[in-house]
Design a protein around this ligand. Structure first.
Ligand SMILES: Nc1nc2c(ncn2[C@@H]2O[C@H](COP(=O)(O)OP(=O)(O)OP(=O)(O)O)[C@@H](O)[C@H]2O)c(=O)[nH]1
Ligand SMILES: [Mg+2]
Length: 301
């Protein structure tokens, strides 16, 4: 019989390279939100991937980006701290990028420092001709001695099982740290906040999304008069300006209604239960530079 392997793996990559998409695809559940915008993931998000002969505890991290706020600094610190704490690093590169970006140079430096087995994953190959993939492999081979280089499409779930097989080769023999039905360290409250933020990111124009955060104040289990259980959730979307508040609420409350409806539908799928969601919008100027908020809400604990 094959030996059971287990251990810790961290994803790292430039913002928008597809880390969260890959994580969700490997776990088979929505653990981490994904959008076409940059700087989507803000904290380390743990997921548990169970396979016949292994249990992989994989952490999604905020994407490396250029940013000057306290929030950005904490996000980038989180990503680099995580790669120091794992058995294996998964470095995700967006294959559609023209060359090795500054962010990827910086990540390569951190990988060299970490001296850990590192798998390079070239993502979004569904958008690439074969020659381009081969060229990228050559380019990155010259940058670092990767344990392996795997081209995948996280979106189409193509080539992703190879990543698991390569990780299994690296991980030590070990126990199951988590029960089979556990698949994330995210609480239902966290998931609710993130899903609301995802819908806001997707529906709102460029400048607003990065200036928002969501807080769930109430998360209660209730019953209908017929005895059917449902969750009653109350949440606030914080933004940085009065004018943004107007846009998030929209004419006659229409935008907020759309955000809430899509968020509720997702939550009902994720929680497998009816949800009653109420949302508010409030202004908190320059919150991403307020230590009281970013430390408490986003700093790695
Ligand atoms: N065509 C294509 N698009 C992809 C693929 N993987 C991810 N994407 C898209 O790339 C965008 C970014 O995906 P995310 O998973 O949110 O990226 P991320 O690396 O987690 O981004 P941050 O959290 O900001 O660091 C989304 O629009 C995804 O749908 C892929 O394999 N092919
Ligand atoms: Mg992400």
């Amino acid at each position: 019989m094959e030996k059971f392997k287990s251990g810790f793996v961290s994803l790292i990559g430039k913002t928008n390279s597809g880390k969260s998409t890959l994580l969700n695809s490997l776990v088979g559940e929505k653990v981490s939100i994904t959008t076409y915008k940059t700087q989507t993931t803000r904290t380390a998000i743990k997921a548990i991937i169970n396979r016949e002969n292994s249990q992989i505890i994989m952490t999604d991290t905020p994407g490396i980006h250029k940013g000057k706020t306290k929030l950005s600094k904490i996000m980038i610190d989180t990503a680099y701290t995580m790669i120091g704490e794992v058995d294996c690093i998964l470095f995700l590169v967006d294959g559609t990028e023209k060359s090795v970006s500054n962010e990827n140079e910086q990540i390569l430096d951190k990988i060299r420092e970490a001296k850990k087995p590192t798998i390079l994953v070239i993502n979004k190959v569904d958008l690439l001709p074969k020659e381009k993939i081969l060229k990228l492999i050559e380019t990155y081979k010259n940058e670092y001695d990767f344990t392996s280089i795997i081209p995948v499409s996280a979106l189409k779930n193509d080539g992703t099982e190879t990543i698991i097989q390569e990780i299994e080769k690296i991980l030590p023999e070990g126990p199951k740290y988590y029960d089979d039905e556990e698949y994330t360290d995210q609480t239902m409250r966290n998931l609710a906040e993130e899903v609301i933020r995802e819908k806001a990111l997707k529906l709102l124009n460029e400048e607003i999304p990065h200036g928002i955060y969501v807080e769930v104040q109430k998360f209660e289990t209730k019953e209908t008069s017929k005895g059917k259980p449902f969750y009653h959730i109350e949440a606030t979307i914080y933004c940085v300006r009065e004018s943004h508040k107007g846009i998030i609420i929209g004419k006659g409350g229409e935008m907020l209604k759309r955000i809430s409806t899509y968020a509720r539908q997702d939550m009902e799928r994720m929680f497998d239960c009816k949800v009653n969601l109420r949302t508010w919008v409030k202004v908190k100027e320059d919150w991403m530079n307020l230590e009281s908020i970013v430390n408490q809400k986003f700093k790695l604990k």
